[in-house]
Design a binder for this molecule. Structure first.
Ligand code: HAM
Length: 427
């Protein structure tokens, strides 16, 4: 026997019945996003490497060590998308969407790729449900984006998720803060870990994000970004908070929240779930005022988020799972031995196809007696449809309702009409 091949490390197959859950979550996302005026965009799975280097930032972990980059046969450096915001902004510029009525509100659902160490809730191919609002109006756009996010999570039945909110200021605030932070940390350089020491030069704000308790202790005395905010940034943040209060969106200010991508300005946020442990956010996002321009477009206000769909599904409320478990297919089984088909088509096969053509989901039962009923119940089947020699002769079938165990024999046409009503969308 040849050696068996397996899915690549950090990737996985999504199988039924889980795929139904994924589809239902994505269906809910489409419904809620459309309600808020977001429409779907599908960008390619791979892009020029340059897009992410420029968009996400050379100094980030994503660009520095997590990208699946390769050279294609034409010698281009391409990268499997590690995120989609840069790609959406590229598409906005490429298709001249700045001349459409603003803002342009887009959402996307699809796989992303990062070369990370796989663990619970962390994959190398993972999936995001994200939204971007481009050409917006500052604080109000931030709030509209948060509102669609909260509405979607509410639709899934999440009751207790909290938005962690912070501001990273505008470019001017950040430049001022960067200088003060580096001046404070430089004398502590020897006490910092290797990653943070490197970031002192490349990306000092990211040090704030450290999970290392010793570094956290040093940072307790660090200057605060809040104190370096320009008046405009301060006002922006105040307006976001005032709106969230007015709309009764629960949030918590998290002064250390800086996010791992370079394009953010002012508002940033994450949503964490207890179920996944503190390190695993199910959602991250924020505003980006310079990204579209960085990619060759006009100055454009952008804000958006991406939800990690794999993580979202791991902590999905039971209520949503239950709502999904609707009616299963009818189970069709032979009673006794059926006569051999005269025309070559087995009678059971013919009955199943007849049901399916009438719009009734139907599958062939397996096993006999108790086993058959047990399997049918597990699949939430409402009925077992029996076909025996007698029924075959009379043009009837026997319906067994699983809940009541009541059994009736009736003309085939009548049985089909009855089952059809059961599965019609109105019922
Ligand atoms: P991000 O924080 O890098 O932001 O990713 C968003 C979410 O994707 C995370 O909160 C997490 O749930 C999920 N995620 C990230 N990496 C993995 C992984 N290896 N395995 C499983 N899930 C993962 C962004 O990607 C930004 N583009 C979000 C954004 C949109 N900002 C503005 N607009």
């Amino acid at each position: 026997m040849s050696q068996r091949l397996q899915a690549v490390k950090g990737t996985r197959d999504l199988l039924p019945p889980d795929t139904a859950l994924w589809a239902a979550v994505e269906g809910a996302a489409r419904r809620v996003f459309e309600r808020y005026g977001f429409h779907e965009i599908r960008t390619p799975i791979f892009e020029e490497t340059e897009l992410f280097a420029r968009g996400v930032g050379e100094a980030t972990d994503i660009v520095g060590k997590e990208m699946y980059s390769f050279e294609d046969k034409g010698g281009r450096s391409l990268t499997l998308r590690p995120e989609s915001t840069a790609a959406v902004c590229r598409a906005y510029v490429e298709h001249g969407m700045q001349s459409l009525p603003q803002p342009v509100k887009l959402f996307y659902i699809g796989p992303q790729f990062r070369y990370e160490r796989p663990q619970k809730g962390r994959y190398r191919q993972f999936h995001q449900i994200g939204a971007e609002l481009l050409g917006g109006r500052g604080a109000e756009s931030d709030v509209e984006t948060l509102l669609v996010l909260v509405a979607f999570l509410g639709e899934l039945g999440f009751g207790d998720l909290q938005v962690l909110l912070n501001t990273v200021g505008d470019a001017e605030s950040r430049a001022a803060y960067r200088d003060r932070l580096v001046a404070f940390l430089r004398p502590h350089a020897a006490e910092l870990g290797e990653d943070s020491r490197r970031r002192l030069d490349s990306n000092p704000l990211r040090i704030l994000d450290t999970k290392d308790p010793d570094e956290q202790a040093i940072l307790a005395g660090a200057p605060r970004l809040e104190d370096c905010l320009t008046a405009a940034s301060r006002d922006h943040f105040a307006r976001v908070r005032a709106h969230l209060d007015a709309f009764a969106v629960p949030y918590r200010i998290e002064p250390r929240l800086v996010r791992g991508l370079d394009y953010y300005t002012n508002t940033v946020f994450e949503i964490v779930s207890q179920g996944l442990g503190a390190q695993n956010a199910i959602c991250g996002g924020g505003a980006y005022e310079g990204l579209v321009e960085e990619l060759g477009g006009p100055p454009t206000y952008g804000v958006g988020f991406a939800i990690g769909e794999d993580r979202l599904i791991e902590v999905l409320p039971q209520s949503f799972r239950e709502r999904l478990q609707g009616r299963g297919p009818v189970v069709v089984a032979a009673m006794g031995k059926l006569p051999a088909p005269a025309d070559g088509v087995a009678p059971l096969f013919a009955l199943i196809e007849e049901l399916r053509r009438a719009g009734i989901p139907a599958i062939e039962g397996s096993g006999k007696g108790g086993k058959l009923f047990e399997a049918a119940e597990r699949q939430r089947s409402p009925y077992v449809v029996f076909l025996g020699e007698q029924e075959q002769r009379d043009g009837t079938v026997t319906l067994r309702e699983l809940a009541s165990r009541a059994q009736r024999t009736l003309p085939r046409g009548e049985a089909i009409a009855e089952l059809r009503r059961l599965y019609s969308p109105a019922s």
